[in-house]
Unconditional design. Structure first.
Length: 661
């Protein structure tokens, strides 16, 4: 009678039950209900049975004492045996049988004791009433129809037998009473049959409703799981992780249960996607997520995908070492996968991850703050070369609250004129001429305290403020140095964020046009030590800048892994050798390294500039090595534009001294 309930949104399969199986299930599930109904029904029946003692006194007073004694004995015995059977935990069928037997016994005992009365007329009608009552009492119970029918039929047969043996009654009266009792028997049996059918229908409806509710619950669970699960990796998604974070935060607030947040980023994943394709990128993310989940489970941490190639882990801790061990295991496990990533340019050829860690502490007052701190630690890990971990350190200027203060100041820096540019001269080694200047950004607090570039530039990079600062620097250089002809060429450092920003080359072209400048007078320095994804947007931007005539310089050559790749892919105008190689020239090994680098760059046909020239001896060495240009304190310290004067492009006395040296 029941059918499988299905829903296309939930892959639930339910077996179809046969009629016999359904009835068996009905009996099983109605067992306890039937026991309660039988117990209640027998107590009511016994109470009613004993209560009718009053009518015994009214109709057959001469034997009332006997009938009442019989009623009490039968009633009390029936209830005592009933409670005993319940304690023995017999089946509902056994209880029903006992109730039916109790009803029969009650009628027989009353009939035998009442039959001794002398009030024959009253007894003849009273006997019929008793039979009807005993047949109707079946309705007090939830007997299955066969038992109810047998019980009522037995009562009817007992009555007909007693009626047949009762000689004082006329035959006509016997026939009338017999017909009346038979009608009552048919009526009560029919009612019992309908009640049984109705109970079964109610069960079927309830069962179907239950199946529908279960299906709805399963759909709800499936939808809830879907809404909390990342479709690609199967990990918890950001919605679920946010809930986990709130739970951990409540434990931290209420019970001082410390926890750590770890942000994990797949290194150079954008480059992986561009090189291998998005399908392979998805395969890589799935493999990495599976490995991360295994490590997280071994440490008892919660893990989820936080977006893109970034994952997040939450770990309850007793001390900070636990989160560090987890972060180390994460880095080591992904590296051990040896998943190929040959398009990296940092000396590693497999997929790795960087991890930022933040731990709750007394100063942690907001949940968002610990996430923000983990993000800052992750940024530091990526800036430190990737494939490593960094723990947020509130005492570190790059991590702590001072960094937040700087981020706030950066938002008003241009408006409040808290940033400025100074310019460090670039001299021609052979002629001593002032070939140009490099623009260097300076910043101060509102109270006038200076902030080191190494402090505010990373914060500007992280917060995105570098975009606006960079455009301001380009405009200021064109206005202060190039439009006034203070130098022939001025260079400006550009960040990866600027080169990736749509419309960057258009802004440069508009600025050059505004001041009537040719592009060759402006140079952009790209730092090798800063990771820059060479995607199509970056290559297109550099190409557009080259078409404008803008020079592209490679800064800090030798400090990163990507230098040779950059030289192969981009046509630089000048390469600036990092100052560390010049300082190493105090040893023969360092001088050989410097000569090798110079030889490489000469074969590429590139102009060479060496940074950090601080002594006359270093200047002389660079002259002997045939370097094109130098920069450093020996040549000139960074100065504001107003102190440069209108030097034009002629050698200064200091530069002439350098030339003669």
């Amino acid at each position: 009678m029941m059918h499988v309930l299905t829903d296309t949104s939930v892959p639930t399969v339910r077996p179809t039950l046969s009629t016999e199986q359904m009835r068996s299930l009905y009996r099983q599930e109605s067992e306890d209900v039937r026991k309660r109904t039988t117990r209640h029904g027998l107590w009511v029946a016994v109470f009613s049975y004993i209560a009718y003692s009053g009518t015994d006194y009214l109709f057959i007073p001469d034997v009332a004492s006997n009938t009442i004694a019989g009623r009490l004995i039968v009633g009390i015995t029936a209830l005592c045996v009933l409670e005993l059977l319940l304690r023995l935990k017999v089946s509902a069928d056994a209880l029903d049988l006992w109730a039916a037997l109790s009803v029969l016994a009650g009628y027989v005992v009353w009939l035998v004791t009442a039959n001794m009365t002398g009030a024959l007329d009253a007894f003849s009608y009273y006997m019929a009433f008793g039979a009807i009552f005993m047949m109707s009492v079946n309705l007090f119970f939830s007997f299955r129809f066969p038992l109810a029918l047998a019980s009522s039929a037995t009562n009817l047969l007992i009555f007909i037998g007693a009626l047949y043996l009762f000689e004082p009654m006329l035959l006509l009266h016997k026939l009338i009473l017999g017909a009346f009792c038979i009608s009552c028997f048919i009526f009560t049996s029919y009612v019992n049959l309908q009640l049984n059918r109705e109970r079964y229908k109610v069960f079927l409806n309830a069962y179907e409703a239950r199946l529908q509710q279960e299906a709805a619950d399963e759909r709800g669970k499936a939808l809830l799981e879907l809404s909390h699960t990342d479709s690609l990796t199967g990990l918890e998604n950001r919605r679920a992780i946010d809930q986990q974070l709130r739970l951990h935060w409540q434990d931290w607030q209420g019970r001082d249960q410390c926890f750590s947040v770890l942000l994990v980023d797949v290194d150079f994943f954008k480059r992986y996607n561009d090189f291998y394709g998005h399908q392979e990128g998805d395969r890589c993310l799935i493999a990495v997520s599976k490995r991360l989940a295994e490590i997280a489970a071994s440490h008892g941490a919660v893990i989820g995908r936080y977006g893109g190639e970034e994952f997040i882990l939450i770990l309850r801790i007793d001390n900070a070492d636990q989160s560090i061990r987890l972060a180390e295991d994460l880095c080591a496990a992904v590296h051990a996968m040896a998943w190929p990533h040959t398009c990296r340019r940092d000396g590693t050829s497999v997929v790795t991850v960087s991890v930022g860690v933040s731990n709750t502490r007394a100063q942690t007052k907001q949940l968002e703050k610990i996430i923000h701190e983990a993000d800052r630690a992750l940024y530091a890990a990526k800036a430190n070369g990737r494939n490593c971990l960094k723990v947020f350190d509130p005492e570190d200027p790059q991590h702590g609250d001072e960094s937040e203060n700087i981020a706030a100041i950066l938002r008003i820096a241009l408006e409040q004129r808290l940033v400025s540019l100074v310019y460090q001269p670039i001299r021609n080694v052979q002629t001593g001429a002032l070939d140009g200047a490099e623009a260097l950004m300076r910043m101060k607090m509102p109270d006038g305290t200076s902030i080191m570039p190494g402090t505010f530039i990373p914060v500007a990079e992280r917060t995105g403020a570098i975009i606006e600062l960079g455009r301001w620097a380009i405009r200021t250089v064109c206005k202060e140095m190039l439009a006034t002809n203070k130098v022939k060429v001025a260079s400006v450092n550009v960040s990866p964020s600027e080169l990736k920003m749509p419309g960057f080359s258009t802004y440069v072209a508009a600025t050059l046009a505004e001041y009537g400048l040719v592009g060759t007078r402006l140079a952009f320095e790209i730092t090798e030590g800063v990771e820059l994804d060479v995607d199509t947007d970056v290559v297109r931007c550099i190409s557009e800048l080259k078409r404008l005539g803008v020079q592209i310089w490679l800064d800090d050559f030798g400090t990163g892994f990507a230098g040779l790749s950059w030289l192969r892919m981009i046509e630089f105008d000048t390469v600036k050798i990092d100052r560390s190689f010049l300082h190493d020239c105090e040893t023969e090994r360092g001088r050989r390294m410097m000569r090798d680098i110079i030889s490489l760059l000469r074969h590429r046909g590139l102009r060479i500039l060496v940074e950090g020239v601080e002594t006359a001896e270093q200047g002389t060495l660079m002259h002997r090595y045939g370097i094109d240009q130098i920069q450093g304190y020996h040549v000139g310290r960074p100065e504001p534009a107003r102190r440069f004067g209108n030097l034009g492009w002629l050698p200064s006395p200091a530069a002439a001294g350098l030339s003669s040296a």
